[in-house]
Design a protein around this ligand. Structure first.
Ligand code: ZN
Length: 81
């Protein structure tokens, strides 16, 4: 009887431990997929830029790409973000 109970516990543990990594790895993939691309805007301009763009010399404000588009910003023709 003791052996049967041990087998039951082991099989339960195996099925449980096999299940957890599958459900645990899912949110991680979603987090990577939904990560927002960061672009930069200036105080006066109406374009958004890559962090390395020369137009960001005077002012540089970090913003999510989707938010920049929503706010009416368009992509810079020089750095093509
Ligand atoms: Zn630019």
């Amino acid at each position: 009887m003791k052996n049967l109970f041990f087998l039951f516990v082991v099989s339960l543990w195996v099925s449980f431990s096999g299940f957890v990594p599958v459900s645990g790895s899912k949110p991680l993939i979603e987090t990577i997929a939904t990560k927002e691309q960061i672009v930069y805007v200036t105080k006066t301009g109406k374009k958004y830029h890559k962090g390395s763009c020369r137009y960001l010399k005077n002012s540089k404000k970090e913003i999510e790409k989707s938010k920049a588009k929503e706010s009416g910003y368009t992509a810079c023709a020089v750095c093509k973000p």
